[in-house]
Design a protein around this ligand. Structure first.
Ligand SMILES: [Zn+2]
Length: 317
């Protein structure tokens, strides 16, 4: 049986359970948690994250794919601590988000791949926590000259290790198309790649074009973002793809992160965790619209397991 690396070590694929495709445990743009730690109330932040992970776990979520990179303040020790306290499986990421460090601009893609491979095979920083996924990101600016070597490095790290890639794309400008092209140029196995934030568009033809290239889509950012499709529109897009026969390539998520809580600020009042919008609101509505429990189970269990392990094994009945 295949194993999957998490913040608390390798777990058997049978332990994955319901898995959200694109989430964060904590996000700090520009790694402000490491650079300006006094800005944050660490006690309240830790309490809040543990509370929300515990609530998500009680709500049926067994695993989060945490796509937090160094330029988003990745702190795998913190993740391991809250994962342990909440019994949540958290798959952590190597890779780079939108803020490609200056030191990467002139770096050869093979050298970038070396960095990612080290975090996949040996560990992140001076820990033995291994990355289980490679994250890359291209937003409205498209794939810039600084970002392209990162994509190529990610593709080469996937080829060398078998660790899958999950992307952030700006779907309204169809940025995933260029991501797919670069991965194809590198000869990467498309069935180990997921193009993310794909529910930020309602253009089903564009999404089918990506699917026809052989990738997975992460239909995430539930319940929506300002100026982008709301959760009902996201559901409609998911349903249209299911009806076109693409259930086996779709995953679901929120791109949610609880906190952080800033120093000197009261933690916000506890409300339903953002990890549970799908379970509490969007999925019941999809079922009401005629999507079967089996299709929903496929998107929440089978597809993430296939994506993470690269294996097509059957779930026990
Ligand atoms: Zn994200």
């Amino acid at each position: 049986m295949a194993t999957i690396e998490t913040a608390l070590g390798a777990i058997p694929e049978s332990a994955l359970g319901i898995t959200l495709s694109h989430e964060h445990v904590l996000v700090f743009m520009g790694a402000e948690n490491h650079v300006y730690p006094w800005l944050f109330d660490w006690e309240q932040t830790r309490e809040r994250v543990i509370r929300e992970l515990t609530e998500a776990k009680a709500g049926g979520i067994a695993t989060l794919i945490d796509l937090t990179t160094p330029d988003l303040g990745r702190d795998v020790r913190f993740v391991a601590e809250v994962a342990e306290a909440s019994s949540m499986n958290v798959v952590v990421a190597t890779g780079i988000w939108r803020d490609v460090p200056r030191s990467f601009w002139e770096r050869d893609p093979d050298k970038i791949a070396d960095i990612f491979v080290r975090e996949i095979e040996v560990g992140i920083g001076d820990t033995d926590i291994k990355a289980g996924v490679i994250k890359v990101a291209n937003d409205a600016e498209g794939v810039t000259p600084q970002a392209e070597p990162v994509l190529r490095g990610a593709a080469r790290a996937l080829i060398r290790t078998g660790c899958p890639i999950s992307t952030h794309q700006w779907a309204p400008k169809e940025v995933g198309r260029r991501q797919v092209e670069i991965f194809q140029e590198e000869g990467a196995p498309m069935e180990r790649i997921c193009i993310g934030h794909s529910a930020d568009t309602t253009d089903v033809d564009y999404l089918k074009e990506l699917l026809n290239a052989g990738v997975y889509l992460s239909m995430d950012r539930y319940p929506g973002r300002p100026g982008r499709p709301d959760w009902r529109q996201r559901n409609a897009t998911v349903k249209a793809l299911i009806e076109s026969g693409w259930t086996h390539r779709l995953m679901l998520g929120h791109d949610y992160a609880p906190g952080p809580v800033m120093a000197g600020v009261e933690a916000p009042e506890a409300k339903r965790s953002g990890y549970l919008h799908l379970a509490a609101v969007a999925l019941p509505a999809l079922r009401n619209d005629g999507v079967s429990d089996e299709d929903i189970d496929t998107m929440l269990r089978d597809v993430p397991r296939k994506f993470l392990t690269g294996k097509n094994s059957q779930r026990p009945a």
